[in-house]
Design a protein around this ligand. Structure first.
Ligand code: NAI
Length: 326
């Protein structure tokens, strides 16, 4: 039997984790032959709720679950972690400006960066889910000395998955028929879901839909999907966010399929004209536990305009929390 992988999850008593933890423990993320130890972090007032979640994990008798650690101390929850899913974040409260949200979450992610650097596996793979995910990941990366910055990523996979299904539905296909969509940039309403490189059953997607649909339907639907779910459900997307986190880590660790391109929020490296210094949604492939930004996707004039907008927003977010970047 393989040695267990230590998976740290923050915000473990929250909505997303209520779906995420059970899927990790059942082998959906790392494979049906990979035991895991869950290391759960919550804030003190939520520790009792977390106790209830752990009772439920126990009650599933998952064959692959080889232990659960629960703590409100990141130095305990991140100890020797091989994978860290940073879901916990402060939600935006009434009257709070985006800048205040960045600031209060900034404090969480500077502390968690330091703790990961101090006690986690040096090669820990980090996925930031808590919003604003891209800039939180950037803050974490700048406060985690000794960790490989390439291993700190943010979640764009939900946007990617949303784009696949919207396109498939439009042309009467299945999401598995869709290849090479990308959700460029920020996980926010400026993200750019791009179909100009995509195919559906091998046909160019841009020849199957028109620009009016792209501008007035597809792009805003994907950009504002989170808000639409809150409107309908009264709560933010949770099961689909957990699913995207599972997809992100599974692709990264186990590899993407031949010909499969996924979107990951990764440190910008100059690719596609985005200078270093932000966490950007890029098309990626994964092999042997490493991701690579796919080169050579076409960026036409239409796409460039949208990509510039989302890049600008990321720069503004970064500039507003410059003092947290070390
Ligand atoms: P939730 O409010 O149900 O749960 C968050 C949990 O985090 C709470 O239990 C809270 O006690 C905990 N928490 C707060 N500060 C913490 C800290 N310093 N350390 C550890 N735990 C802490 O929220 P939900 O629905 O689970 O969402 C979590 C985050 O994920 C939110 O920021 C949300 O905006 C974000 N999100 C991101 C998506 C993406 O695609 N990147 C998609 C959907 C949600």
């Amino acid at each position: 039997m393989k040695a267990p992988v230590r998976v740290a999850v923050t915000g473990a008593a929250g909505q997303i984790s209520y779906s995420l933890l059970f899927r990790i423990a059942s082998g959906d993320m790392l494979g049906k032959d990979q035991p895991v130890i869950l290391q759960l972090l919550e804030i003190e007032p939520a520790m009792n709720a977390l106790k209830g979640v752990i009772m439920e994990l126990d009650d599933c008798a998952f064959p692959l679950l080889h232990g659960v650690v629960a703590s409100h101390d990141p130095m305990v929850a991140f100890k020797d972690a091989d994978i860290a899913l940073l879901v916990g974040a402060r939600p935006r409260s009434k009257g709070m400006e985006r800048k205040d949200l960045l600031e209060s979450n900034g404090a969480i992610f500077t502390g968690q960066g330091k703790a990961l650097a101090a006690v986690a596996n040096k090669n820990v793979k980090v996925l930031v889910v808590g919003n604003p995910a891209n800039t939180n990941a950037l803050i974490l990366s700048k406060n985690a000395p000794g960790l490989n910055p390439k291993n700190i990523t943010s979640m764009m996979r939900l946007d990617h998955n949303r784009a696949m299904t919207q396109l498939a539905n439009k042309v009467g296909a299945h999401s598995t028929d869709v290849k090479d969509v990308v959700a460029w940039g920020n996980h926010s309403s400026t993200q750019y879901p791009d179909i100009f490189n995509a195919t559906v059953k091998g046909k160019k997607a841009s020849e199957l839909v028109d620009e009016n649909w792209l501008v007035n339907d597809f792009i805003p639907t994907v950009q504002k999907r989170g808000a639409a779910i809150i409107e309908a459900r009264g709560l933010s997307s949770a099961a689909s966010a957990a699913n995207a986190a599972i997809d992100h880590i599974r692709s990264w660790v186990l590899g993407t399929a031949e010909g499969e391109v996924v979107t990951m929020g990764v440190p910008s490296d100059g690719s596609y004209g985005i200078p270093e210094g932000v966490m950007f949604g890029y098309p990626c492939t994964c092999k042997n536990g490493e991701y690579t930004v796919v080169q050579g996707f076409e960026i036409n004039e239409f796409s460039r305009k949208y990509i510039d907008i989302t890049y600008k927003e990321l720069c503004e977010e970064r500039d507003s929390i410059k003092h947290l970047l070390g």
